[in-house]
Design a protein around this ligand. Structure first.
Ligand SMILES: Cc1cc2nc3c(=O)[nH]c(=O)nc-3n(C[C@H](O)[C@H](O)[C@H](O)COP(=O)(O)OP(=O)(O)OC[C@H]3O[C@@H](n4cnc5c(N)ncnc54)[C@H](O)[C@@H]3O)c2cc1C
Ligand code: FES
Length: 217
Protein backbone atom coordinates (compact mmCIF):
# COMPACT_ATOMS: atom_id res chain seq x y z
CA UNK A 1 0.00 0.00 0.00
CA UNK A 2 1.28 3.46 -0.93
CA UNK A 3 0.37 7.04 -0.07
CA UNK A 4 -0.75 8.52 -3.37
CA UNK A 5 -1.12 12.00 -4.79
CA UNK A 6 -3.25 11.78 -7.92
CA UNK A 7 -3.70 14.78 -10.20
CA UNK A 8 -6.98 14.83 -12.10
CA UNK A 9 -6.77 14.75 -15.87
CA UNK A 10 -10.49 14.75 -16.81
CA UNK A 11 -13.96 14.63 -15.27
CA UNK A 12 -16.52 13.10 -17.62
CA UNK A 13 -20.23 13.06 -16.77
CA UNK A 14 -21.78 9.62 -17.36
CA UNK A 15 -25.40 10.09 -16.25
CA UNK A 16 -27.42 12.40 -13.99
CA UNK A 17 -25.28 11.73 -10.91
CA UNK A 18 -22.19 9.81 -11.99
CA UNK A 19 -18.81 10.97 -13.28
CA UNK A 20 -15.62 9.28 -14.43
CA UNK A 21 -12.47 10.89 -13.04
CA UNK A 22 -9.20 10.11 -14.83
CA UNK A 23 -5.70 10.68 -13.45
CA UNK A 24 -2.34 11.62 -14.93
CA UNK A 25 -0.43 9.10 -12.81
CA UNK A 26 -0.15 5.33 -13.18
CA UNK A 27 -0.54 2.72 -10.42
CA UNK A 28 -0.13 -1.04 -10.33
CA UNK A 29 -3.33 -2.64 -9.07
CA UNK A 30 -5.52 -5.69 -9.65
CA UNK A 31 -9.22 -5.82 -10.62
CA UNK A 32 -11.49 -5.33 -7.59
CA UNK A 33 -8.99 -3.31 -5.53
CA UNK A 34 -9.82 0.16 -4.23
CA UNK A 35 -8.24 3.33 -2.84
CA UNK A 36 -9.20 5.45 0.18
CA UNK A 37 -9.53 9.11 -0.87
CA UNK A 38 -9.22 12.08 1.51
CA UNK A 39 -12.07 14.59 1.43
CA UNK A 40 -12.07 18.12 2.91
CA UNK A 41 -13.54 16.69 6.14
CA UNK A 42 -10.44 14.44 6.34
CA UNK A 43 -12.69 11.40 6.26
CA UNK A 44 -11.33 8.94 3.73
CA UNK A 45 -13.76 7.39 1.25
CA UNK A 46 -13.34 4.13 -0.72
CA UNK A 47 -13.42 4.01 -4.54
CA UNK A 48 -12.78 1.05 -6.82
CA UNK A 49 -9.85 1.44 -9.21
CA UNK A 50 -10.33 1.14 -12.94
CA UNK A 51 -9.38 2.34 -16.36
CA UNK A 52 -10.77 4.89 -18.82
CA UNK A 53 -9.07 5.76 -22.13
CA UNK A 54 -6.05 3.77 -20.94
CA UNK A 55 -5.73 6.03 -17.86
CA UNK A 56 -5.94 5.16 -14.19
CA UNK A 57 -9.45 6.21 -13.18
CA UNK A 58 -12.43 5.92 -10.81
CA UNK A 59 -16.18 6.32 -11.33
CA UNK A 60 -17.92 8.56 -8.81
CA UNK A 61 -21.62 8.64 -7.98
CA UNK A 62 -22.47 11.84 -6.11
CA UNK A 63 -23.97 10.89 -2.75
CA UNK A 64 -22.94 13.58 -0.24
CA UNK A 65 -20.39 16.30 0.45
CA UNK A 66 -17.28 14.23 -0.26
CA UNK A 67 -18.29 13.01 -3.71
CA UNK A 68 -19.76 16.45 -4.61
CA UNK A 69 -16.39 18.04 -3.81
CA UNK A 70 -14.60 15.42 -5.89
CA UNK A 71 -16.62 16.07 -9.06
CA UNK A 72 -17.07 19.84 -8.64
CA UNK A 73 -13.89 21.18 -7.05
CA UNK A 74 -10.99 18.77 -6.62
CA UNK A 75 -7.98 19.14 -8.92
CA UNK A 76 -5.96 16.43 -7.20
CA UNK A 77 -6.70 13.72 -4.64
CA UNK A 78 -4.68 12.47 -1.70
CA UNK A 79 -5.27 8.77 -1.13
CA UNK A 80 -3.81 5.47 -0.06
CA UNK A 81 -3.96 2.11 -1.72
CA UNK A 82 -4.37 -0.11 -3.58
CA UNK A 83 -6.36 -1.99 -0.93
CA UNK A 84 -8.54 -5.10 -0.75
CA UNK A 85 -8.27 -8.56 -2.23
CA UNK A 86 -8.04 -8.74 -6.01
CA UNK A 87 -10.80 -10.54 -7.88
CA UNK A 88 -9.15 -13.63 -9.34
CA UNK A 89 -11.38 -15.61 -11.66
CA UNK A 90 -9.92 -17.35 -14.64
CA UNK A 91 -12.43 -20.14 -15.13
CA UNK A 92 -14.77 -19.86 -18.08
CA UNK A 93 -16.76 -16.92 -19.30
CA UNK A 94 -18.15 -14.33 -16.91
CA UNK A 95 -20.71 -11.56 -16.88
CA UNK A 96 -20.19 -8.28 -15.03
CA UNK A 97 -23.50 -6.65 -14.10
CA UNK A 98 -23.04 -3.13 -12.87
CA UNK A 99 -24.44 0.34 -12.41
CA UNK A 100 -22.56 3.21 -14.14
CA UNK A 101 -20.75 3.68 -10.81
CA UNK A 102 -18.41 0.86 -11.81
CA UNK A 103 -17.87 1.66 -15.48
CA UNK A 104 -14.13 2.06 -14.95
CA UNK A 105 -14.00 -1.33 -13.20
CA UNK A 106 -15.79 -2.80 -16.23
CA UNK A 107 -12.91 -1.63 -18.43
CA UNK A 108 -10.24 -3.23 -16.23
CA UNK A 109 -12.20 -6.50 -16.00
CA UNK A 110 -12.44 -6.58 -19.79
CA UNK A 111 -8.63 -6.22 -19.98
CA UNK A 112 -8.08 -9.14 -17.59
CA UNK A 113 -10.88 -11.69 -18.03
CA UNK A 114 -13.14 -13.32 -20.58
CA UNK A 115 -16.17 -11.32 -19.56
CA UNK A 116 -19.25 -9.65 -21.03
CA UNK A 117 -20.51 -6.44 -19.49
CA UNK A 118 -24.04 -5.17 -18.84
CA UNK A 119 -24.62 -1.72 -17.42
CA UNK A 120 -27.97 -1.00 -15.76
CA UNK A 121 -28.83 2.64 -15.20
CA UNK A 122 -31.98 4.29 -13.85
CA UNK A 123 -31.34 7.42 -15.95
CA UNK A 124 -30.10 7.65 -19.58
CA UNK A 125 -26.36 7.74 -20.18
CA UNK A 126 -24.91 11.00 -21.50
CA UNK A 127 -22.16 9.35 -23.52
CA UNK A 128 -21.63 6.31 -25.72
CA UNK A 129 -20.07 3.28 -24.09
CA UNK A 130 -19.00 0.02 -25.71
CA UNK A 131 -21.22 -2.13 -23.45
CA UNK A 132 -24.84 -3.24 -23.51
CA UNK A 133 -26.81 -0.74 -21.46
CA UNK A 134 -30.28 -1.15 -19.97
CA UNK A 135 -32.21 1.89 -18.80
CA UNK A 136 -34.91 1.37 -16.17
CA UNK A 137 -35.70 -1.35 -13.62
CA UNK A 138 -38.32 -3.30 -15.66
CA UNK A 139 -36.06 -3.73 -18.71
CA UNK A 140 -33.17 -4.67 -16.43
CA UNK A 141 -35.16 -7.44 -14.72
CA UNK A 142 -36.41 -8.82 -18.05
CA UNK A 143 -32.87 -8.98 -19.44
CA UNK A 144 -31.52 -10.49 -16.21
CA UNK A 145 -33.84 -13.49 -16.50
CA UNK A 146 -32.33 -14.37 -19.89
CA UNK A 147 -28.69 -14.24 -18.73
CA UNK A 148 -28.30 -17.74 -17.36
CA UNK A 149 -25.53 -19.15 -19.57
CA UNK A 150 -22.40 -17.77 -17.90
CA UNK A 151 -19.86 -19.64 -15.74
CA UNK A 152 -19.64 -16.81 -13.21
CA UNK A 153 -21.19 -13.44 -12.48
CA UNK A 154 -19.78 -10.36 -10.75
CA UNK A 155 -22.29 -7.79 -9.56
CA UNK A 156 -21.64 -4.25 -8.41
CA UNK A 157 -24.43 -1.78 -7.83
CA UNK A 158 -26.93 -0.63 -5.24
CA UNK A 159 -28.02 -3.03 -2.48
CA UNK A 160 -31.46 -3.25 -4.19
CA UNK A 161 -29.83 -4.20 -7.49
CA UNK A 162 -27.65 -6.83 -5.81
CA UNK A 163 -30.65 -8.38 -4.04
CA UNK A 164 -32.63 -8.59 -7.30
CA UNK A 165 -29.70 -10.26 -9.08
CA UNK A 166 -29.14 -12.73 -6.22
CA UNK A 167 -32.80 -13.73 -6.22
CA UNK A 168 -33.02 -14.02 -10.02
CA UNK A 169 -29.75 -15.90 -10.62
CA UNK A 170 -29.63 -17.95 -7.41
CA UNK A 171 -27.80 -21.25 -7.95
CA UNK A 172 -25.24 -19.67 -10.31
CA UNK A 173 -21.67 -18.77 -9.28
CA UNK A 174 -22.30 -15.21 -8.10
CA UNK A 175 -19.84 -12.68 -6.68
CA UNK A 176 -20.78 -9.33 -5.20
CA UNK A 177 -18.64 -6.24 -4.68
CA UNK A 178 -19.84 -4.78 -1.37
CA UNK A 179 -19.97 -1.08 -0.54
CA UNK A 180 -20.02 -0.92 3.26
CA UNK A 181 -19.13 2.22 5.20
CA UNK A 182 -15.39 2.33 5.81
CA UNK A 183 -13.20 4.20 8.28
CA UNK A 184 -9.63 3.07 7.69
CA UNK A 185 -9.61 0.65 4.74
CA UNK A 186 -6.87 -1.47 6.36
CA UNK A 187 -8.63 -3.65 8.93
CA UNK A 188 -8.05 -1.44 11.99
CA UNK A 189 -11.38 0.26 12.80
CA UNK A 190 -13.87 -2.62 12.25
CA UNK A 191 -16.47 -0.24 10.77
CA UNK A 192 -16.85 -2.33 7.60
CA UNK A 193 -17.73 -5.60 9.38
CA UNK A 194 -20.39 -7.78 7.71
CA UNK A 195 -21.97 -10.95 8.96
CA UNK A 196 -21.39 -13.90 6.64
CA UNK A 197 -22.17 -17.61 6.85
CA UNK A 198 -18.48 -18.06 7.74
CA UNK A 199 -18.56 -15.51 10.58
CA UNK A 200 -17.81 -11.79 10.70
CA UNK A 201 -15.73 -10.54 7.76
CA UNK A 202 -14.29 -7.11 6.98
CA UNK A 203 -15.04 -5.69 3.57
CA UNK A 204 -11.74 -3.80 3.41
CA UNK A 205 -9.43 -6.77 4.04
CA UNK A 206 -11.53 -9.90 3.30
CA UNK A 207 -13.27 -8.26 0.31
CA UNK A 208 -14.57 -6.09 -1.15
CA UNK A 209 -15.72 -8.99 -3.39
CA UNK A 210 -17.55 -11.91 -1.74
CA UNK A 211 -19.21 -15.03 -3.09
CA UNK A 212 -23.01 -14.64 -3.06
CA UNK A 213 -23.70 -17.85 -1.11
CA UNK A 214 -21.38 -16.70 1.69
CA UNK A 215 -23.47 -13.59 2.37
CA UNK A 216 -26.49 -13.44 4.69
CA UNK A 217 -29.24 -12.00 2.45
C1 LIG B 1 -14.96 -0.92 -1.32
C2 LIG B 1 -15.83 0.22 -1.77
C3 LIG B 1 -15.69 0.70 -3.05
C4 LIG B 1 -16.49 1.78 -3.48
N1 LIG B 1 -16.30 2.21 -4.76
C5 LIG B 1 -17.06 3.23 -5.20
C6 LIG B 1 -16.87 3.69 -6.54
O1 LIG B 1 -16.04 3.18 -7.30
N2 LIG B 1 -17.64 4.74 -6.94
C7 LIG B 1 -18.57 5.32 -6.11
O2 LIG B 1 -19.24 6.27 -6.52
N3 LIG B 1 -18.77 4.90 -4.86
C8 LIG B 1 -18.02 3.87 -4.38
N4 LIG B 1 -18.20 3.45 -3.09
C9 LIG B 1 -19.13 4.18 -2.22
C10 LIG B 1 -18.50 5.52 -1.83
O3 LIG B 1 -17.35 5.29 -1.04
C11 LIG B 1 -19.51 6.37 -1.05
O4 LIG B 1 -20.61 6.67 -1.87
C12 LIG B 1 -18.86 7.67 -0.64
O5 LIG B 1 -17.97 7.41 0.42
C13 LIG B 1 -19.89 8.71 -0.19
O6 LIG B 1 -19.19 9.83 0.26
P1 LIG B 1 -19.89 11.24 0.45
O7 LIG B 1 -19.01 12.05 1.33
O8 LIG B 1 -20.23 11.83 -0.87
O9 LIG B 1 -21.24 10.89 1.13
P2 LIG B 1 -21.62 10.83 2.70
O10 LIG B 1 -21.82 12.23 3.16
O11 LIG B 1 -20.62 9.99 3.42
O12 LIG B 1 -22.98 10.11 2.60
C14 LIG B 1 -24.05 10.59 1.78
C15 LIG B 1 -25.14 9.55 1.69
O13 LIG B 1 -24.63 8.36 1.08
C16 LIG B 1 -24.75 7.25 1.96
N5 LIG B 1 -23.51 6.46 1.86
C17 LIG B 1 -22.27 6.91 2.10
N6 LIG B 1 -21.37 5.91 1.95
C18 LIG B 1 -22.08 4.81 1.62
C19 LIG B 1 -21.75 3.46 1.38
N7 LIG B 1 -20.49 3.00 1.43
N8 LIG B 1 -22.75 2.60 1.09
C20 LIG B 1 -24.02 3.02 1.05
N9 LIG B 1 -24.41 4.28 1.27
C21 LIG B 1 -23.47 5.17 1.56
C22 LIG B 1 -24.93 7.84 3.34
O14 LIG B 1 -25.73 7.02 4.17
C23 LIG B 1 -25.65 9.13 3.06
O15 LIG B 1 -27.03 8.93 2.96
C24 LIG B 1 -17.42 2.37 -2.62
C25 LIG B 1 -17.57 1.88 -1.32
C26 LIG B 1 -16.80 0.83 -0.90
C27 LIG B 1 -16.92 0.30 0.48
S1 FES C 1 -12.64 0.05 7.13
FE1 FES C 1 -11.63 -0.08 9.05
S2 FES C 1 -11.68 -2.23 9.38
FE2 FES C 1 -12.49 -2.07 7.40
Amino acid sequence: MEKLFLSISQKIQVNANTWVITFNETLKFYPGQFIMIETPKLVRKPFVLGRWDKRLSISVQVKGEGTKWMVEKASHLKCHGPLGKPFDMNQGKGLFISSPTCLTLANILKENFDVDIIIGSRTPLLLKIPYETVIGDKKFLKLLKSLTGYDWYLISGSVEMEKVVYKTLKGKKLYFSLEEFMGCGIGACKSCAVETKNGIKHVCTDGPIFEGDELCW
